[in-house]
Design a protein around this ligand. Structure first.
Ligand code: PLP
Length: 225
């Protein structure tokens, strides 16, 4: 398993070299949905430190079981407002903020904890009805709302582009997300640190287009059961 991690890291480094980027700019997140705690532990021992979960209930179970490990947990899936209270004290970064009601709920819960919650806005770059993420036209007002909250810190954007057999065809969506980030930085006079984009079959292309966090599941943990 350490070998698999090593191979993925090597592919990340090669993509960085191709793109003229420093590999330290790209963070590897293990997308661990469906992966049992023992396996997460093994990967942690191999050196993987950041794991992202999609479902609150599954996350809470694993969080309990792995409490003794200093894992940095991220939340990367669709987040129901009524579940926010269970995760705000446990996650470093929420990747999937996509609507005003969710912003308000995270603000409320973070305030109660005296915490500033780091968040990314998920953008529905493929304009797919079935997927989460804010529509491009609604991005600016949502960002404005986040910036006005005391207990939220906006760190960037995330996307799950449409699946394409050929990862080259996903490139335009990554370019789109990067350009949206550039626009927001200009418009609001802010610096956004992160572009969370790229999964198992397209992370190299994402890195070439500026990804700072790649979320990798299958290539690390094997096929989903
Ligand atoms: C499952 C998942 C991933 C990882 O997908 P793979 O194709 O298995 O690498 C990344 N991001 C999100 C939001 C996911 O749900």
């Amino acid at each position: 398993m350490c070998q698999t991690l090593l191979e993925v890291r090597e592919r990340i480094e090669k993509a960085c070299v191709r793109a003229g980027r420093d590999p330290s700019e790209v963070t590897l997140l293990g997308a661990s949905k469906g992966v049992p705690p023992e396996k997460i532990k093994t990967f942690f021992e191999c050196g993987l430190r950041i794991f992202g979960e999609n479902r609150v209930q599954e996350f809470l179970k694993k969080y309990e079981e792995l409490k003794e490990l200093p894992i940095e947990w991220h939340f990367i899936g669709y987040l129901q407002s009524n579940k926010v209270k269970y995760i705000v004290d446990k996650v470093t970064l929420i990747h999937s903020v996509d609507r005003p009601s969710l912003v308000e709920e995270i603000e409320k819960r973070a305030q109660r904890l005296g915490k500033v919650q780091k968040v990314l806005v998920e953008v529905n770059v493929g304009e797919e009805e079935t997927k989460g993420g804010v529509k491009e036209q609604e991005l600016k007002p949502l960002v404005e709302l986040i910036l006005s909250q005391e207990h939220l810190k906006l760190e960037g954007l995330m996307c799950i582009p449409p699946y394409r057999e050929n990862p080259e065809e996903v490139r335009p969506y990554f370019v789109k997300l990067r350009s949206l980030k550039d626009q927001l930085e200009k418009e609001f006079g802010i610096k956004l640190e992160h572009l969370s984009m790229g999964m198992s079959h397209d992370f190299e292309v994402a890195i070439e287009e500026g990804a700072t966090i790649v979320r990798i599941g299958t290539a690390l943990f094997g096929g989903r059961s």
